[in-house]
Design a protein around this ligand. Structure first.
Ligand code: SAM
Ligand code: SF4
Length: 337
């Protein structure tokens, strides 16, 4: 019997709430050169290397999803660009003909070195995290990051000519909420987009209280409206961002508001952690172990069947609470943001 699910009608990935899954985010490493205060503990312990999927295993996972009708793959981490030889994986995924796009989320620290190669190997769009334009503050928020290096990385990404570049900024009350307008003006000056993200309670941190640092998208929008005219765009990326156009600029402003504007009914995505756990929802633990399938002799056909079965596990929604005891103990770097 042919167990290959390539014979299945496409798209094969529909969950039990009727949502079509055509987007996967793959974390290629949980390691990172930064230690952002909302993402990690300062003395983070990383997963032993042998427990992380090899580049060959990651390629097989990407192939399996693509054959199941997934159209977009985003590589993330940890910091994807600190994974040794990650460009070979990027080249592989960039050449999967059925994909509409390969994208990447990065902290920007390695973009001076890699931006043009990423573009050449098929990365279409890139998200770069930037929470502050003040060097000292940037250092405090990232603990180890160097603002000048990231700004150079952003310029290199612009020079490389990606279809779109977007800044991701996590805004924390009392830390960088006063930079919202400056960050938008920076994005406008550079001709790139920006999205503001509400901090999510992923992983136990003691650096700050997530409850006290909560700063809502509505507060950000209100600040922006003092200087900018925002017009809601009816673009649905099938994702959590709500986008706005800015008068007199081609830059768009997005809001990712897991607390204040639940977007679960539109969810079209799943995630694969660096250890090969297929996570059906960022804010729940429903998952299956793809690594176990691969390391117990399973092939791509077995992976595909497991992925199809896993769709029934996708929960209807997340229930993030503004509470300092997180319901989800895994940190964002293992999850893949
Ligand atoms: N290292 C890369 C980077 O920083 O862009 C990719 C991985 S990082 C986990 C992906 C995104 O998740 C970043 O934009 C980061 O700001 C965001 N992030 C991390 N922890 C978060 C949290 N607890 N709540 C909301 N966003 C978070
Ligand atoms: Fe690293 Fe990105 Fe997490 Fe910051 S947000 S610690 S850059 S993985």
């Amino acid at each position: 019997m042919n167990t290959s699910s390539s014979a299945l009608p496409s798209p094969a990935l529909i969950d039990k709430f009727g949502r079509k899954v055509d987007y996967v985010r793959i974390s290629v490493t949980d390691r990172c050169d930064f230690r952002c205060v909302y993402c990690m503990a300062e003395d983070m312990t990383f997963v032993p290397r042998q427990q992380v999927l090899s580049l060959e295993e990651l390629a097989l996972v990407a192939d399996a999803f693509a054959e199941l009708g997934v159209k977009r793959i985003r590589l993330t981490g940890g910091e994807p660009l600190v994974r040794k030889n990650v460009l070979s994986l990027i080249e592989h995924i960039g050449s999967i003909a059925s994909l509409d796009e390969l994208t990447l989320t990065t902290n920007g620290s390695q973009l001076e070195k890699y931006a043009s190669e990423l573009k050449a190997k098929g990365v279409k769009r890139i998200n770069i995290s930037l929470d502050s334009l003040n060097p000292q503050r940037f250092k405090q928020l990232t603990r180890t990051g160097d603002l000048a290096q990231v700004l150079t990385g952003i310029d290199c990404a612009i020079a490389a000519g990606f279809e779109r570049i977007k800044i991701n900024a996590v805004i924390l009350n009392g830390r960088n909420q006063d930079e919202v307008i400056d960050l938008v003006n920076f994005a406008c000056d550079k001709g790139i987009d920006i999205a503001f993200i509400e901090e999510m309670p992923l992983g136990l941190i003691d650096e700050h209280s997530r409850k006290l640092s909560f700063y809502s998208s509505d507060d950000i929008q209100q600040q922006l409206s003092q200087q900018h005219i925002l017009t809601a765009l009816n673009e649905h990326t099938g994702g959590p961002s709500r986008y706005y156009a800015l008068a007199n600029s081609n830059s768009r402003v997005g809001f990712i508001s897991p607390h204040s504007h639940n977007f679960c009914h539109l969810c079209n995505r799943v995630r694969v952690t660096a250890e090969g756990r297929l996570l059906l929802c960022l804010g729940n633990e429903h998952s299956i172990d793809l690594r176990a399938i691969l390391r117990n002799g399973g092939d791509k056909a077995a992976l595909k069947l497991a992925i199809i079965d896993a769709m029934d596990l996708k929960p209807e929604r997340h229930h993030f609470e503004l509470d300092d005891s997180p319901q989800i103990v895994r940190f964002m770097n293992t999850t893949g943001g």
